[in-house]
Each structure stands twice: as C-alpha cells, then as structure tokens.
Design a binder for this molecule. Structure first.
Ligand code: 1YM
Length: 656
C-alpha cells in the first residue's frame, strides 16, 4: 500500500469522526442525558455481543471519580492485527471508523444490538479521551483524545494519541477494557445516572441468561455502590421478578426458545389473578414498548393454541362466551425476546418492530413450542389454569360490555350532570386545548375562574378517585369520576382507545403538594397507564406544579417551586420578606392560581413519560396493588412528600 492511499484513508476516517461532533444528534439522538448514556451503551453492546456469541460470560461497568466510565469483558479481545486496507490495527479502525464496514463490520457477524448501529467510534468521537486495553497473553494499549487545534481553530475528535502498543506485560486475563470520559463540550450534562445504568444492566442480565454483569459506582466515597446481576433462569427469572408479590396461578412460568428462518425466538409466560396484561417485548436486547410484528405473531400464536386446547379438551361449554385473544392475556405477564438481522423500527418513538418476517417466524415458533409444551402431561394443570382464567375474563368482558351499553344509554341523561362538573373550553382545536383534572371543588372553582376559557377546560374531582389497580374494567366503567374523565378526554379506553378522538392534547393533573395529592396523582396515573397507555406514550399527560412558597413584601411577590428556589426568592425579595407556605391549591385565589400554575407562559409542567416500562409496571403493582408490606417498605425507602414525588421520579417525569 502506497503512502498516499494510507494518508487519504486516514483523512477520510478523521472527517468521519468530525461529522459526529458537528451533528451528534444524528448519531446518538440527543446531547441530553439520553445521548450521554447512549455512548456508554455502544461500548456495552459490543461486550454483550461478545457474550451472546459465547465468548464472554462476564462484563463489568465502573463509574469513576474523574467522570469517566469503564467497561470490561472477558471475551476474545478486539482484534489487534493490522487491518489490511487501513494499514493500522483493527482496534484503531473500530474506534475511528464509522460503520466499520466489510470484514470488520462489528455488526455483521451476529444479531446487531445497537439501535443506530454506529458503534464504538461514535463514543470515541464524543469523548474527551478514551483508552482501550486488550488482554491477549500480553496487554495491548491504545489511547485517543479530542483536543482543540490552535492552527485549525477547531476540535480534533477521537484522534489516536499514538499507535497501538504491545506493552509486553504478561496477563492471565483475556478480553477488552474500554474507559472513556464524555466530552463536556458536547453534552448538556456529563453525569451518568446510577439508576438508569443499573436498570438497563439488570435488564440485559435478564435477557442474556447466565451472563454476569457487575456494576460499581465509585464516584461518591460516602455512597459506594456495587451490584452484580446474574440470572441463570433468564426470561423465567425476569417474569418471576415482575410477578413478585402477585398471586400466581401456577408457580413456574412457561418458557421456550426456538429458531425459525434465522430468527431466534424466546419467551416466558405466567398468569396472575390480576386483570391487566403486561407483555414486554425486545428485539436484539432493545425494548420495543410500542410492540410490533413480533408481538403480533406471539399473541396470535397464544390465542390459537389455547383456543384449540380449550376446544379439544371440552373446557368450553356452549353456554360460555367465545374466548378471544384478550381473554387469554388477562393477568398475563410475558417477555418475548427475538434476535434477528436487519431490524427496522417504526412507530411514534421508533420503538416498534416493523419487519414482517418477524411476525410469521415468531408465530410459527411459538405455535410449535406451545404445542409441544401443551402435549406434555406435566403441564396439564398450567394450561387448564390459563383456560379457567380466560373463561372468567370472557365473562367479565361480557359484563363490561353490558355496563358500557348502559353507560352509553345513560350518557344522554348523565350529560347534564357531567357538563355541570366539567367546565369545557370554547375552542374546538384539540391540539391547542388542555384539560386540568383538579383535586377538590374549591381549587376547581378557582381554576374555573382563573383559566383561559378558550383553551383550558377544568374537571374538578371530589375526594379520592377509585384505585383502579385492584378493580375490573366493569367497576371502572361504573365509577362516576372515571366515566367523567373518560367522557371528557374522548378517546375511550382499553381496546376501544382511539387517539384520534382525543379532545385535549394536554391532560394536566393538578393536585396538592401533600400526601393526599400524591396519592390522587398516583391513582390517576395508574388509570392512564392501565387504560390509556398511548396517552402517556405520546406525551399528552402532564403534572401541574403549583408553587410551594410565596415570598413577598409590600409590592413584590416571588413564587418558589422548591426549597432551592425558596433561597433565591428570599434573596430576590430582600430584607423584610415574608413567607407563605402553600399547603393546598385551595389556598390560592383564581388570579394566583392562573399566575403560578396555569398560565402557559409562566407555569411549570412535568411531562409524564414511560422510559422504563418494566419499572413503571412493577412500581405500580407495588404502590397500588395489594402487597401491603412491599408498599410500606417502598414508601419508607423513597417517599419524601415535601420534595419531589418519588413516584413521579420513577415513572420519569421531565420538564415541558
Ligand atoms: C468493553 C467493550 O468491545 N469487546 C469485544 C469487541 C470485539 C470482539 C470481542 C471481537 C469480535 C470479532 C472477533 C468479530 C469487536 N471486534 C470488532 C472487530 N468490549 C468489546 N470483544 N474478535 C473479537 O467480530 O469477528 C468490533 S467489536 F470489528 F474488530 F472485529
């Protein structure tokens, strides 16, 4: 290879990394906390791939005091031999070339796991520095950095500090170690979240049976944190974990693994006596909360096999209501995990699997596996329990249909009562309209007087709403408060949900900043989570944030929304200030409520998102279900009602 080719190759490579700096969003989605974690997942993904291919069984992630993070695996080690075309080590190519193509395409040998599939080079490009060690008899090292070049007046990204070197130091270890420090010139924040990382690593450990993942946070001397995740039961352990504290209809989840047309399919199913369906699906270890073709195939297979079983064993009588898919999924907790090539994502948030071939592969694999399991005498009781549960569900569904019909018939007569409570807005443009669900009639009254009548509707709630977590659909439909909410929002619920009928693009929960307020908020969020999940997924649900304090003297008033702001407000108002602590919304007059909480120009809103659906699911079970002990200990551990509401913290609220 001539010198010339070598140079131009290197120039092209460097331009590649520069492009990542210029438009980081194109490669990692955002430069916020998500993007920051994304560059860690790129490295973790490479280690996971090595494990998934059977070469590694241990991964360790460490957050260091200097703001860097390291990932180590005990696999084969990134290849250190010279890459023929590039003329440098393969290791260097992996960290400096985007989409390292051809022979060194780190994604072509297996089912790729990176969402964007851009790999370790992006992590390098967006780091202040990155160090790699490869253990293969001796220790190989290479280091990269991003620095400001005075002559070129720009930041050079991810450049080798020197060539890869064999330190000749002997080692018994085998594998790869990567440590990097995210560049503060790129990210809005460079602080990794212990919570985000430990949850994702736990999820990865569940999805990769037998893999040991250790996570250590060394950043705070006072709060040393270290956890090791290893699940020999894989998906079975995952389902058991989700069903902890619930009444299970059979002890062990039904589990199978198969491969069809090059697509690996794995699932675990368990039923509890609850009424909701919780299916979590993944493709190449990436969660697909919006579902997609794999989920469709899975559900269709379950329906078919269980229906056939019920019929051929005379478990359904003529007088019984015909069983439908949803009946078999009542109280079901399931994980469906597929691994495949050329993944395509669709949907609002690009978290829905689009590949049509996944439907047929998952469907036939699931049919074959369930058929095999159902024929095994040992499993007879399990499948009979499933049918019994489905029959109950079908009956309840029928009863709920009646209740709905009655509700619909009544709604003419009821509408006067409904309209009486709901103060509608005058605009018919749903995108611009908001509905405030307000705790208490007195705050509701102030909100009605203080609002923008054109775009803001008010729905006052009296007392605590029904805790829907423990109720059947039928009971929810029979509850006046929820009927009112459902009617006002317009979309319908459950299977009837249709986002196109949404009357208000912002549904804002407004409750007091105390325990009761937090409870009401939790009940409402549970309702939306269980019956209108898409409303949350598409970002229509918000929490209104009333101020906690008013700091004032003669003609100055400053509102403070937390204790931090209180200090600032005190300084701002200056000597002679007085403080009023608001205990409830009811203490504010209409004008104050508008000024502090409702005026779109000044208010604070938290948008409710479901970042981690399994976590939200588990949390709602714990907080709203009937496991009293679990709830007590959770609340004792997390709740501080004077500060941020920890429930919201978990369901992941972010500022508007
Ligand atoms: C801490 C991060 O990157 N481990 C890792 C990466 C690779 C391999 C092993 C590997 C892959 C192959 C052959 C292969 C990568 N290699 C490449 C590339 N851990 C971490 N462990 N030998 C080793 O794909 O055939 C990219 S990633 F492209 F060089 F092969």
């Amino acid at each position: 290879m001539s010198n010339n080719t070598y140079n131009s190759d290197v120039i092209r490579i460097l331009e590649g990394l520069e492009a990542v700096r210029v438009r980081p969003g194109m490669y990692i989605g955002s430069t916020g906390p998500r993007g920051l974690h994304h560059i860690l997942w790129e490295i973790v993904d490479n280690a996971i791939d090595e494990a998934a291919n059977g070469y590694a069984d241990k991964i360790e992630v460490v957050l260091h005091k200097d703001g860097s993070v390291s990932v180590e695996d005990n696999g084969r080690g990134i290849p250190i031999d010279t890459h023929k075309e590039a003329g440098v080590s393969a290791l260097q190519v992996v960290f400096t070339q985007l989409h390292a193509g051809g022979k060194f395409d780190n994604k072509n040998y297996s089912f790729s796991s990176g969402l964007h599939g851009v790999g370790a080079a992006v992590t390098n490009a967006l780091s202040e520095w990155l160090k790699v060690e490869v253990y293969k008899g001796t220790i190989y090292q290479m280091e990269f950095h991003s620095y400001y070049n005075e002559e070129k007046k720009k930041i050079m990204s991810g450049e080798p500090v020197g060539p890869m070197k064999n330190t000749r130091k002997k080692t018994d270890k085998q594998g790869t170690y990567v440590r990097f420090k995210p560049d503060a010139r790129v990210f809005e924040t460079v602080t990794f979240s212990q919570d985000t990382i430990s949850k994702r690593l736990r999820e990865l450990a569940f999805l990769n049976r037998g893999l040991t993942i250790k996570f250590t946070d060394l950043r705070d001397d006072e709060k040393f944190y270290s956890k090791t995740y290893k699940y020999d039961g894989g998906l079975v352990d995952y389902v058991l974990y989700l069903d902890e504290g619930k009444n299970k209809l059979y002890d062990l989840p039904v589990y199978a693994k198969a491969e069809k047309d090059g697509i690996a399919v794995e699932f675990a199913i368990q039923h509890t006596d609850g009424y909701t369906e919780s299916i979590f699906s993944f493709v190449n270890n990436i969660p697909t909360p919006e579902g997609g073709t794999h989920e469709v195939g899975f559900k269709s297979a379950v329906t078919r096999i269980l229906n056939d079983f019920a019929k051929s064993n005379n478990l359904v009588k003529d007088k019984d209501v015909a069983l439908q898919g949803e009946d078999f999924r009542e109280g079901m907790t399931a994980i469906v995990s597929v691994k495949m090539k050329n993944v395509e994502f669709d949907g609002q948030t690009k978290t829905k699997l689009g590949n049509p071939e996944a439907k047929s592969a998952v469907e036939s694999a699931t049919i074959e596996e369930l058929d095999r399991l159902i024929k095994n005498k040992k499993n007879k009781q399990i499948f009979e329990a499933m049918i019994k549960k489905a029959l109950g569900a079908a009956k309840a569904r029928n009863a709920a249909r009646h209740a709905k019909e009655i509700a619909r018939a009544k709604s003419g007569a009821d509408s006067a009562k409904l309209i009486g409570k709901l103060a509608a807005c005058s605009s018919r443009k749903a995108e611009l309209n908001e509905v405030f669900i307000v705790e208490g009639d007195s705050a509701g009254g102030s909100a009605k007087q203080g609002r923008d009548r054109q775009h803001q509707a008010i729905l006052p709630l009296r007392g605590k709403p029904l805790n829907v977590e423990k109720k059947k659909l039928e009971d929810v439909l029979n509850n006046d408060e929820f009927r009112m909410i459902i009617t006002a929002i317009g979309t319908g619920i459950g299977n009837d949900f249709n986002i196109n009928n949404l009357n208000y693009h912002k549904v804002i929960i407004l409750s007091d900043a105390d325990q009761d307020g937090a409870h009401i908020r939790a009940i409402l969020l549970t309702f939306f989570f269980r019956y209108m999940k898409q409303l949350i997924q598409e970002g229509h649900v918000y929490i209104g944030m009333p101020p906690l304090y008013k700091v004032y003297k003669k003609d100055v008033t400053v509102y403070a929304y937390d204790d931090n702001e209180l200090q600032k407000a005190i300084e701002q108002v200056g000597r002679g200030y007085q403080i009023q602590r608001y205990k409830g919304l009811g203490e504010m007059n209409p004008e104050q409520l508008w000024d502090t909480t409702m005026d779109p120009k000044k208010r604070m809103l938290m948008q409710v998102t479901i970042e981690d659906a399994t976590e939200a699911e588990k949390l709602i079970t714990t907080l709203m279900g009937d496991d009293l002990e679990g709830r007590k200990s959770y609340i004792a551990e997390h709740a501080d009602f004077n500060k941020e509401d920890s429930f919201m913290d978990r369901v992941k609220a972010k500022e508007e």
